[in-house]
Design a protein around this ligand. Structure first.
Ligand SMILES: NC(=O)c1ccc[n+]([C@@H]2O[C@H](COP(=O)([O-])OP(=O)(O)OC[C@H]3O[C@@H](n4cnc5c(N)ncnc54)[C@H](OP(=O)(O)O)[C@@H]3O)[C@@H](O)[C@H]2O)c1
Length: 296
């Protein structure tokens, strides 16, 4: 029985072992949907035959959470990033069109670059600054050109449990007594992966319309501000003192990939669909910390 009280859907979830995919699979199953959720060992998407297999699967929709997400490594592993972020979604789009499946695909705030200082709407002109951002934009374009029924959900600064993400790195470093120096001049919206998964299922169950949507947390801040939220929540939960965090500039933390200074996405369009909005960052971070503590 679906929690929405509506239909049980047969849905392919790709990337179900990843940060977002874990929650897509968990929430989809909890809502009673009939999931086809192959691991990479069961269906390696680098193998072109996997697309034919997906096309042949009996399902109403395919949710693609597979991507090449190592933003810095993508600068040198361009072919791998191009394949997973651009060619694969393009082929999935064509396979979904031919087999009449709807496609949900994720993209990123990193399709935008310089020139923004207020929340960015879906129809703003993309201008990626990195290989990751360019390949993700190519994936968006490939899906649009495939002509399938698709929703492209652009999200940003994902974090969650289990596994690696920024808040976990910050808490591990703080607990190890390391000095915390965190970039304070990049502004974006931290986004709790379980919430994007929940919003994805709300969308898939209702499917209001195809299109590009911005789906992020609703509290803009810097990485330093986010780190302060995380250590503050940890201190509150454990009764320990809050470690100092030194704000630094991007130039003090050089990385192979250039990142946007401002990449807050305007989520009004998705908000107007009427689904529950994500909780404030404080609530999401507190929930993250409780899972972090449970894993210790
Ligand atoms: N993370 C962020 O901060 C962020 C921000 C904005 C947008 N996004 C977008 O959100 C989506 C989800 O990101 P994420 O962070 O959840 O990704 P992730 O944790 O890196 O997970 C990627 C998934 O892709 C799978 N995969 C990779 N290569 C594969 C292959 N050849 N065959 C089959 N599966 C393969 C991985 O499987 P294995 O477990 O086997 O490796 C994993 O399940 C992506 O589209 C990403 O671009 C992410």
């Amino acid at each position: 029985m679906c929690s929405s009280g509506s239909v049980t859907l047969k849905v392919i979830v790709l990337g179900g072992t990843g940060l977002l995919g874990t929650h897509l699979a968990r929430i989809g199953a909890a809502r009673g949907h009939d999931l086809i959720n192959p691991s990479r060992a069961e269906l390696d998407l680098r193998d072109y035959r996997s697309i034919q297999m997906i096309e042949a699967m009996d399902a109403a929709a395919c949710i693609n959470a597979v991507a090449y997400t190592q933003v810095d490594l993508a600068e040198t592993e361009q072919d791998e990033a191009q394949y997973l972020n651009a060619q694969l979604p393009t082929m999935l789009g064509s396979a979904c069109r031919r087999s009449g499946k709807r496609l949900v695909h994720y993209s990123t705030d990193f399709v935008f670059g310089v020139g923004f200082s207020s929340p960015i709407a879906e129809d703003a002109t993309p201008c990626p600054m990195s290989v990751y951002g360019r390949t993700k934009l190519d994936g968006e374009c490939g899906i649009a050109e495939s002509g399938c029924d698709a929703a492209i959900l652009r999200t940003s600064w994902l974090y969650g449990w289990p596994g690696a993400s920024f808040p976990r790195s910050i808490l591990n470093a703080a607990r190890a007594g390391k000095a915390l120096r965190v970039v304070d001049d990049q502004i974006g919206c931290p986004t709790y992966a379980p919430e994007v998964a929940r919003q994805t299922w709300d969308f898939v169950e209702a499917w209001p319309d195809d299109g590009v949507y911005h789906v992020t947390g609703l509290d803009p801040m810097s990485w330093c501000g986010f780190a302060r939220q995380v250590v503050g929540a940890f201190s509150a939960a454990t009764g320990t003192h809050t470690p100092e965090i030194t704000p630094i500039t991007t130039s003090e933390w050089p990385t192979p990939a250039v990142r946007p200074g401002y990449s807050v996405l305007d989520c009004k369009k998705f908000g107007e669909l009427g689904f529950a909005p994500p909780p404030p960052v404080q609530e999401c971070v507190a929930e993250f910390v409780s899972h972090y503590l449970a894993d210790l």
